[in-house]
Design a protein around this ligand. Structure first.
Ligand code: ADP
Ligand code: GLC
Length: 513
């Protein structure tokens, strides 16, 4: 087990900088469906600013072309091709600077696969899209003569990289010292495809290396393959790292993860406080900080006015910004919030989109409680910032939550998180104790109606008791989840991985040569 110690500050100069190839299907602000985008971008920016050589590959999705960016082709990486099954795929690599940084990342240009409306699709060739991304990342390193210490892979879309490094690309001496670190952001999305796609994956000797029970059942699971072959597996909070070892949260991966428990590490995500801090947030109508909260009241009244909510400074406002997915605990909200809206005085704002049945529920709620509930269907970054600032409480009753970012944003915005005790929510919010005045939010344990009802009632009662409320808000605003801390943990882990012996010996891989 790599020893994880809490280190502070940046990489010390005496240690050699690392070479890292980071591949992800999302990267803010270019392509974002959820927190993965924030984390890939912030982690890369941290590694770069700490002096490491980080090369990122992201698909050039159609939406990136409409952003008016200065994208340049990389001269030596044009007219590339790759055989995927019986197709000859043509692609090229471009480069763009990440706004607000001097980090340049690489974009995989292949309109045939990425010139589509959304980042993820239900199309039949979804596995080909991300096979191309994964192999192109490795081949990009080959073409650049870049020998990474670490391939940092994120979620199932890049889950085949660890296996490629042990098979198809195992004989390339460039990768002799390379180790793979696979980060699970969400075990609920595994990339499961029918076994007949095998020939399109480009894995040498694929059949013997993939999970045999899955193949017998007629499927290939990208996430499982990553867990089998990555040198180290990480996930995005210590509590989630423990939870996924069990039946309830493991989603079929628990046995395999238990076998690899000594190489599984949980590192809490960090927050990019350049983006998410009310003192400097350029998307807010007024800025504020712990020493002068007056701007928060302005944000609240602007939010209420813009969304057609009754403009009442003292009515507690509960906010949600989320993908509308089962994971997020909305079945509890459906059962509890309508009743509570009739019993207690508060208003409610929801920004999100996703499952149609949840969208209908929130549309109904808005209609039924006019002036007290607003549902904004869609994706809107500016409104997300305003909700963080203008709300008094932020609700995340998740069934499971690998990390969650909004509760950490909420803390900094003086917006009290009301969360279920799971995953990263448990690791970043401490339940407020009125007897000691310690704690930063309201935390409930059991995933049931009583749990959520208790939490909302507790939060509303505390709101009425101004001294407790102010103390809890101040405690939250003082928390620091910056990447300065969390990024240093990744660096330590990457170092440990790069110095570790190659663990899983496989027939035909370089280990046996
Ligand atoms: P997940 O990755 O599971 O969706 P996280 O809490 O890690 O959850 O990250 C969600 C990120 O996406 C946050 O930055 C949040 O502000 C943002 N987000 C989610 N839904 C929306 C939306 N409808 N509009 C704007 N931002 C959103
Ligand atoms: C996932 C998780 C979320 C996490 C994010 C970034 O989508 O659902 O909890 O914060 O990835 O790691």
């Amino acid at each position: 087990m790599p020893r994880m110690t809490k280190s502070s500050g940046r990489v010390v100069a005496s240690k050699k900088p690392l070479r890292i190839c980071l591949t992800s299907s999302e990267f803010a602000p270019f392509a974002k469906a959820g927190g993965l985008a924030d984390v890939s971008a912030a982690l890369s920016a941290y590694l770069h600013s700490a002096g490491h050589d980080v090369r990122v590959l992201l698909p050039r999705y159609a939406r990136i072309d409409s952003m008016g960016l200065d994208i340049e082709p990389v001269e030596s990486l044009q007219d590339l091709q790759m055989r995927i099954g019986d197709q000859e795929v043509h692609y090229a690599i471009d480069t763009v600077t990440v706004p607000g940084t001097d980090l340049r990342i690489f974009l995989l240009r292949c309109p045939q696969f990425f010139g589509r409306e959304s980042i993820y699709t239900q199309d039949d060739d979804e596995h080909v899209r991300f096979t191309l991304l994964s192999r192109a990342a490795i081949e990009m390193c080959q073409q650049m003569g870049f020998a990474p210490h670490i391939f940092s892979c994120h979620d199932w879309q890049t889950g085949m990289i660890p296996l490629y490094l042990r098979t198809t690309y195992a004989r390339d001496k460039l990768f002799a010292e390379t180790r793979s670190v696979f980060t699970i952001h969400n075990i609920g999305y595994q990339g499961v495809f029918p076994a007949h796609v095998l020939g399109q994956l480009g894995v040498d000797g694929a059949e013997q290396h993939l999970h045999q029970d899955d193949l017998n059942a007629g499927v290939i699971n990208f996430l499982k393959t990553a867990i089998m072959y990555a040198d180290l597996v990480t996930t995005v909070s210590p509590t989630y790292a423990r939870e996924i070892l069990g039946d309830e949260y493991g989603m079929g991966m628990n046995d395999l993860l238990r076998e690899r428990a000594s190489t599984l590490v949980g590192i809490l995500n960090g927050v990019d406080y350049d983006e998410w801090d009310p003192a400097v947030d350029t998307l807010l109508p007024a800025n504020y900080s712990a020493s002068d909260m007056s701007g928060k009241a302005t944000c609240k009244s602007v939010l209420q006015r813009e969304l057609g909510l009754q403009e009442e400074a003292d009515t507690p406002l509960v906010g949600i910004v989320s993908r509308l997915a089962g994971q997020k605990g909305f079945d509890l909200v459906e059962k509890v919030v309508p009743r509570m809206l009739t019993e207690r005085h508060f208003s409610f704002v929801v920004l999100g989109s996703g499952e149609p049945q949840l969208e209908s529920f929130f549309a109904w709620l808005q209609h039924h409680f006019k002036g007290r509930v607003c549902f904004y269907k869609g994706y809107n970054n500016e409104l997300a910032h305003l909700i963080e600032a203008g709300s008094d409480m932020f609700l995340m009753p998740s069934r499971y939550e690998p990390c969650g970012l909004n509760q950490m944003y909420s803390l900094r915005y003086g917006t009290v998180p009301v969360v279920r005790e799971t995953g990263g929510l448990a690791d970043s919010v401490q339940h407020y104790d009125p007897t000691t005045g310690s704690g930063t939010g309201v935390v409930f344990r059991d995933y049931d109606e009583q749990g959520l009802e208790w939490a909302l009632n507790t939060a509303l009662d505390l709101y009425d008791s101004k001294s407790h409320w102010q103390k809890m808000v101040a405690n939250g605003m003082a928390m620091d989840y910056s990447w300065e801390q969390q990024g240093a943990e990744y660096v330590e882990l990457f170092r440990t991985a790069s110095e570790s012996p190659y663990e899983h010996r496989m027939p035909g891989s370089r280990n046996n040569e």
